[in-house]
Every structure is written in C-alpha cells, then in structure tokens.
Design a protein. Structure first.
Lengths: 234, 327
C-alpha cells in the first residue's frame, strides 16, 4: 500500500474542489484499501467501482441484519482505531447469524458516491430497502434506521425539506435520496484546509463528514494500515 | 436596438412561449375507458407539469374509477414514457415530441422528420394511480418536493455562475419562496426582481455558464435515463488556459486550446458543443450532423453562451439544450 501513503501522492490541484481524475484515483485507492481487509468485512460491506460515461461510481452496499437505533459508531477520525469492535459484536452473538437470513427483518443500503459536475465535490446517493423487496423505503425510514440521533435535528432543519433530498441517480436515472452537496466544499475547507490533502485523504475525510450522518459506517480496520493511521498528521 | 433591450425582448418571448396540450385520462383509470373527453389547454413552456394536476383532478373527477386519489398522485406519460416532472414542459416537448425546431427561414426541411403526424397539440396521458416508483420521484400534497427540486436546481445554477452558493443561501426566505411562486405563476416582473438579486451584473462575467446538453437516445435503448452532458463552461475562452481540461477528454481539451490560441474568445454554443461533443459537432460554426434546440427553436451556433443564459434560461437559471440529429 505504498501508493496510498500521503508522502507519495500529490496534493489536490484545486482543493476543496476535486477533479474527475483526482476522484477516480481516490476511488481506486479506497478500493485497494478495502480489498486488503475484505474477507473480514464482507459480511457487512461490499465495495465496488464502476466506470460509466458520467464518470466513476464508488458503490458501497451495507447490510443491516438487525435494524435498530443507529449510533455514530463507525468511522471517526479522531478516535483511536479499534478494528475488532464492530465485527465482534456480530460474531459473538449467535442469534445475529440466524437473523441475517431472516428476510423480513434485514435491511440493505446502497450508497453510490459520484462526482458532481456542478459542485466538483463527491455526492452521496443512497437507497434503503428491505431484504427481498425491490421498492425503496421512504424518508422516515431513512431517518429512523440510518441517521444517528445526534444528527437528525441538524439534517431536518436545513433547506426546503432538510439536508436529504430526493432526486434522480445520475447514472440509472431512477429516484434516489442524496445529500445536497452545495456546502460540501466549504465544510471540507474547514475540516482539512491546513493539511496536505491527497485524493484518498479527501475521500476518507468526506466519508467521515457525509457518510457518518447517513449510517455509512466503515469498519476501523480499513484505516489501520500504514499512512492512514496518521491521516490527520500528514 | 441596443443589446439590453434585445436580451429583454428575447426573455419576454421565452416567458410568453406556450404549447397546446391535449391531455387524456389513462383508459385503465376511466369509467368510460378511452371515451373520456380530453382536457385542452395552451400552457406555458417554462411551467412544470404538476401545476396542472389540481385542475386535471377536478376535470376528470367524475370519470375516475378510484375517486380517492389526490392531485399529487397524478403523473404524466407520453407514448408510454413517464415524464420527469422536474423538467419544464417545454424541455420535455423538445426532448420527446420529435417536432422540427423553428428556425429563421421557417421550419427546417433538412431535419429528419420523425413525426409523420403533426406533433401539436402535444398528446399526453395523465394517471392518478400506479405511480412508477422506479422512474419518478413521488410528489407530496403540500408541494414541498416540487419546491425543493426547483430550489436545488436554482442553487446549482447559482454555484456555477459565482463559484459559491452564497447568493441563493443569503436570499431571504420570502424571496426564495417568491422565486418559485413567480415561475409557477409565470410572473415575469416578480421573477426579474428576484433573479436580479442572484445574477451577477452584466459587466461582471459568470464564472461558469449553467448549461446542460441532452443527447438523443438510440432508438433501441431501454434505459430510462436521459443522457445529459454537463461540464464547467466558462463564458470566455482564455488563450492559455486548459478550459475544464480535467473534466474533458484529451482531444476535447486540445480543441478548446486550439480555439483559444491568441486573444480571449467568447464562448459560443458552437465552441462549447465542439469541445464537449466533437464527434457530433465537428465544426464550431455550422451544424453538420446535429442541431442545438432550445425553447422549440434551433439555436444559432454563434450565440454567446452567457448571453443565452441571461436572456433565455428557464426559471431555475439553467439553459437546457436538446441535441437533435439531422437527417
């Protein structure tokens, strides 16, 4: 993973904006990182990268075996890495394994990260479905199952309908929820403006910023390797 | 005629543009199957389809097999294709009706005439049940979803023009709601008052121009997605800058560079199309294989893109150009 150490990657040309090329390389490096730990995380997450005419799409599919109250227990850049915690919670509970095969209980979320041609920042499109049901769940279910309680008020209070909008997926053209990206560039500048930001660190910080609010929790072992441990010191 | 008066008169013509619509109730939802009288209306091109739903729901009330559905459960289709309600009616017509665009010399005769029959009035079907969830975002009774989609689009245009979304974010709540109301009610004076707060003054050029190009789909395509091309397009091509090079392929950015050798040049519809879609637009000046269509008319290739946006954008601040193949 020498390619993902901060020192060897050039900083972004137009931070806090991201070019197509930078977004593409960020997605590739992220995918490489996930592949290293894939076996142990594949129970919860599937990550893939597809190239479409509109640009690359980084898809992350998360399975929620027992939907409950979401917590902000995933990616948190300030915390010490604790790679085993999340996975063990599932492995130690024999009932969990039974429940994952129960179609009426489980949920799965498809998160698609694409680059906005207007804002030149990543945008998160996502849809929540029950196992075995093709129709997507509505906004109330999104808040109930995905948005950690500490973010609900903040997300609901902005814009005409809150920070989560319904629009059309740029590739499939089908309805999808998305987080409106008009403030992403400013938020990224505030979070990471003083650091040497490479494409991959940009994507990781962005996932922490936007993903955490929508239940996109990445197991910490993804960040337990080499340069990413020192992401904030780069 | 000075330039300002001319831009104003074009904007007025755009806002006055109307389409005759012939709307029938879906036969499967009608007590009289396909014998229900159609609803006929001449409707503003810059309006959105959901604005018609309350009156259509009233008009077809006695014919509905299921009388419990509300106006916001209504959706439209053309020849079986559900129409995306967040696009203005005029754009949907330019995209789907297959009509020849008007041009200076009258109707174009060099364009492929896809429609054997007269495309006008535009024949649409309204449905009040069986919402196509895989294709259309659902509306709500309060009209919030529609309003939200409009404002998101306004924000995007604002961000491209200024490089920040501060304009629309600092717009007062009344003016923000007023902008949507002005477009919904086709009230040009109210619209101009609020949009003048958002638009940079004429002597201050846009950073980028909010313009999207819609490509024709191959006839055998079963994808519901429209192919939309968007890339940062500055109003002036600087001699030494690689305009949006990072978002274009190498050939496209080289052609922008070649065009920009020497003095700064005004970005025209032709130069933008040539840079983004060099295969369809091998020339910057003459349409060879395809034509740009806006508000039902063929756009001159030499039209400067910033002027085009200032005078003939839709209510959300965007210019939506449909690329039409020539026969």
């Amino acid at each position: 993973m020498a390619s993902s150490t901060c020192a060897q990657q050039p900083a972004l040309a137009n931070f806090p904006l991201l070019t197509n090329k930078e977004f593409n390389s960020a997605c590739r490096e992220f995918l490489d990182r996930v592949r290293l730990v894939d076996e142990s995380t594949s129970k919860q997450l599937t990550v893939r990268l597809t190239q479409r005419t509109t640009g690359p799409i980084l898809s992350i599919i998360r399975r929620i075996a027992h939907p409950g109250i979401p917590t902000c227990d995933g990616l948190s850049l300030e915390d010490e890495p604790n790679p085993r915690r999340q996975l063990e919670a599932y492995e130690d509970d024999p009932e969990a394994l039974i429940r994952t095969t129960e179609p009426s209980i489980g949920l799965h979320v498809v998160y698609d990260v694409v680059l906005s041609p207007t804002y030149q920042t990543p945008v998160l499109y996502f849809g929540l479905r029950r196992y075995g049901h093709p129709e997507p769940l509505g906004i109330d279910a999104i808040y109930q199952y995905l948005v950690p309680s500490q973010y609900r008020k903040e997300l609901r209070s902005v814009g005409v309908m809150g920070g989560i909008s319904l629009g059309y997926h740029p590739d499939s053209g089908t309805p999808a929820f998305f987080v409106h990206p008009c403030n992403t560039a400013d938020a990224m500048r505030q979070l990471a403006g003083h650091r040497h930001v490479t494409p991959e660190t940009y994507l990781i910080i962005w996932l922490g910023l936007v993903g955490n609010r929508l239940g996109l929790q990445l197991p910490r072992e993804i960040f337990a390797t080499d340069g990413m441990r020192g992401i904030l010191r780069c | 005629m000075d330039a300002k008066a001319s831009l104003g008169s074009i904007q007025k013509a755009v806002w006055n543009g109307k389409l005759p619509l012939h709307i029938t109730l879906a036969a499967s939802e009608s007590r009289t199957f396909d014998q229900t009288d159609p609803y006929l209306i001449s409707y503003s091109r810059i309006s959105y389809l959901p604005s018609l739903l309350p009156r259509l729901r009233d008009f077809f009330a006695s014919s509905l097999i299921n009388p419990t559905s509300g106006p916001h459960e209504g959706w439209f289709s053309f020849e079986g294709v559900p129409l995306k309600w967040h696009y203005p009616i005029g754009l949907l017509y330019d995209l789907y009706a297959g009509a020849d665009p008007a041009s200076k010399g009258g109707t174009d005769t060099d364009l492929l005439s896809a429609a054997d029959e007269d495309p006008l009035p535009w024949r649409l079907t309204v449905h009040f049940s069986d919402w196509p969830d895989e294709e259309l975002v659902r509306l709500d009774a309060e009209g919030m979803v529609m309003h939200d989609a409009f404002i998101n689009s306004v924000k995007e245009a604002d961000f491209l023009r200024n490089g920040t979304a501060k304009g629309i974010m600092t717009l007062s709540k009344e003016d923000s709601a007023g902008l949507w109301r002005a477009v919904r009610d086709v009230d040009l004076p109210s619209f101009q008052r609020i949009s003048n707060i958002l638009l940079p003054p004429p002597n201050q050029p846009f950073r980028n121009v909010p313009i999207r190009f819609f490509l024709p789909l191959p006839p055998d395509s079963d994808s519901p997605s429209l192919k939309v091309v968007q890339s940062p397009i500055p109003p002036v091509i600087q001699p030494s800058s690689a305009v949006a090079a990072s978002t274009m392929n190498v050939a496209a950015s080289q052609s922008v560079m070649a065009a920009a050798r020497g003095a700064p040049q005004t970005q025209t519809v032709g130069s933008a199309l040539h840079a983004l879609l060099p295969n369809l637009f091998p020339s910057r000046r003459t349409p060879v294989l395809a034509k740009p269509v806006l508000h039902g008319a063929a756009v001159p290739m030499g039209a400067p893109v910033e002027e085009l946006v200032r005078c003939s954008a839709y209510g959300d601040g965007w210019v939506y150009v449909v690329v039409r193949m020539m026969g």
